[in-house]
Design a protein around this ligand. Structure first.
Ligand code: GLY
Ligand code: MN
Ligand code: MN
Length: 467
């Protein structure tokens, strides 16, 4: 099949240097690893349980055009199947867990229009499952699995076909249950169990995440190099998304945030239709998805290549805060230690500049003035989802960092002169700075996966406008 021919023999030289910096593609997730993920999940179930992993249906963009399909992250995590109309099930048969993947069957006409399908045989031969079935038999086969199980582990509200089947089996079996104690008695969301597994990354996952971050770093470098007064935010977006595709990712992990001037002070600005003007700062938050794994990098730089004094003052405070926060990403530290460290450095910096006229304790309090200029958290888990899964406060206690967890560290300061709710200091009007890296917690301390992306003032100034 075409998709099996992976090595390109052609080179387009425009981004050759970036490609070299990104380096060899990592191997990906082995079947053994998928099987071990499955086993770790099954070990938390009882033999009479049924596990069902669902994925959303394709959604229509307009008329005959669909949005690009992306399956559920749990489907990717447990078996790596990417196509639509799939359901992954596991049930216990005489003490052994057996997995079944329902997939789109072979269909020449559909394949002529939409692309080749592995079909049932291909799925069984080449994916980490025991058995594959046609999605057309879902109702019959899943119904017979449902009547034999007591607890059904399924996330409802994702696949309406599965929801309807589960609900109708629950209803139709209620009499059997009362008389004979047979059939499903409860529906349980398996997300919490899967999320705990996904929170700790394996070596193979870390390789993929490092690769994803290396590509995102190159995209930022190319955007910096191509920034000059007059460039369009959308043009930089084109470079970033182009480089993501050039490096063989599936594309963006989230819509690019490319804001110049006052747009840099809008946290999740994605319109990207303004021109970048002399004297402004531009903030770019962009990451890609490589073999299912996200990167998430933000950098901010002067459009004309030289930070003004005011811009440099704010930039250096954010950078100092980010470095202090990264240093807190250590085994045994609380997940919010980076946030606390970042807030402290930001508040001290703003007090020193006279922007905050409060004591440090007051500035940091829940209604202190730091909140005017820094209004978000300092990070989030990163993995298959950009805002990845994992409870931050299990049993209402802060999570402690463990080896293999990956978190973003992304403090910022935003002086929106357009905001009616605050009085923005004129010297800092419309300066928006965020610096975001992807940090792996290791036994030897924080490992910055996105470390290829420059962030000192001198390094940034040497790159901006150099293309
Ligand atoms: N890219 C969104 C975020 O940084 O959380
Ligand atoms: Mn982020
Ligand atoms: Mn981001």
């Amino acid at each position: 099949m075409k998709g099996m021919k992976n090595q390109s023999i052609y080179r387009i030289y425009m981004w050759e240097e970036s490609l070299r910096a990104v380096g060899q593609e990592p191997a990906g997730i082995s079947h053994d690893e998928y099987r071990s993920r499955q086993s770790r999940l099954f070990s938390q179930l009882r033999p009479s349980d049924l596990l069902i992993i669902t994925a959303p249906h394709e959604s229509i963009r307009s008329n005959d055009v669909h949005y690009p399909f992306r399956t559920s992250s749990d489907m990717l995590y447990l078996c790596g199947w990417e196509d639509p109309d799939a359901v992954f099930c596991a049930s216990n048969d005489d003490g052994e867990w057996k997995t079944t993947l329902f997939v789109q069957p072979k269909d020449v006409l559909k394949e002529i229009w939409e692309g080749r399908r592995p079909g049932v045989e291909g799925a069984e031969a080449n994916w980490p499952v025991d058995n594959a079935e046609s999605h057309e038999s879902l109702q019959d086969i899943l119904s017979s699995m449902l009547v034999k199980s007591s607890r059904i582990f399924v996330k409802m509200g994702v696949d309406s076909d599965v929801d309807n089947l589960v609900e109708s089996e629950m209803k139709s079996n209620s009499r059997e249950r009362q008389k004979f104690g047979l059939g499903p008695i409860s529906i349980v969301d398996p997300s919490m169990m899967i999320n705990e597994l996904r929170l700790r990354k394996s070596n193979a996952e870390i390789d993929l995440m490092r690769h994803s971050a290396k590509i995102a770093a190159q995209a930022h470098i190319q955007a910096m190099a191509n920034t000059k007064p007059g460039v369009g935010e959308w043009q930089l977006e084109g470079i970033i998304e182009g480089l993501f595709k050039y490096c063989k990712t599936s594309g963006i992990a989230y819509p690019c945030i490319i804001g110049s001037g006052e747009n840099a002070t809008i946290l999740h600005y994605t319109v990207n239709d303004d021109t970048c003007d002399d004297g402004e700062v531009i903030l770019i938050d962009a990451g890609c998805e490589y073999k299912g794994y996200a990167s998430d990098i933000t950098r901010s730089w002067p459009v004309n290549g030289k930070f003004s004094d005011a811009q440099a003052e704010i930039y250096q405070i954010v950078l100092d805060a980010q470095i202090a926060a990264i240093d807190e990403c250590r085994v045994g530290n609380s997940y919010d230690a980076p946030h606390k460290a970042a807030r402290r450095v930001l508040a001290e910096g703003l007090i020193n500049l006279g922007i905050i006229d409060q004591s440090l304790d007051v500035a940091l309090s829940s209604d202190g003035d730091l909140n005017k200029w820094y209004m978000h958290n300092t990070g989030h888990w990163l993995g298959i989802d950009v805002h990845d899964v994992g409870i931050y406060r299990p049993d209402d206690e802060p999570r402690l960092f463990e080896e293999g967890m990956v978190i973003t560290v992304e403090p910022g300061l935003y002086f929106g002169a357009w905001r009616p709710d605050v009085e923005c200091p004129e010297r800092y009007a419309n300066i928006g700075i965020r610096i975001e890296d992807d940090v792996l917690v290791t036994k030897d301390g924080p490992d910055v996966l996105s470390g290829d992306c420059p962030k000192t003032i001198a390094n940034i100034e040497s790159i901006v406008g150099s293309a």
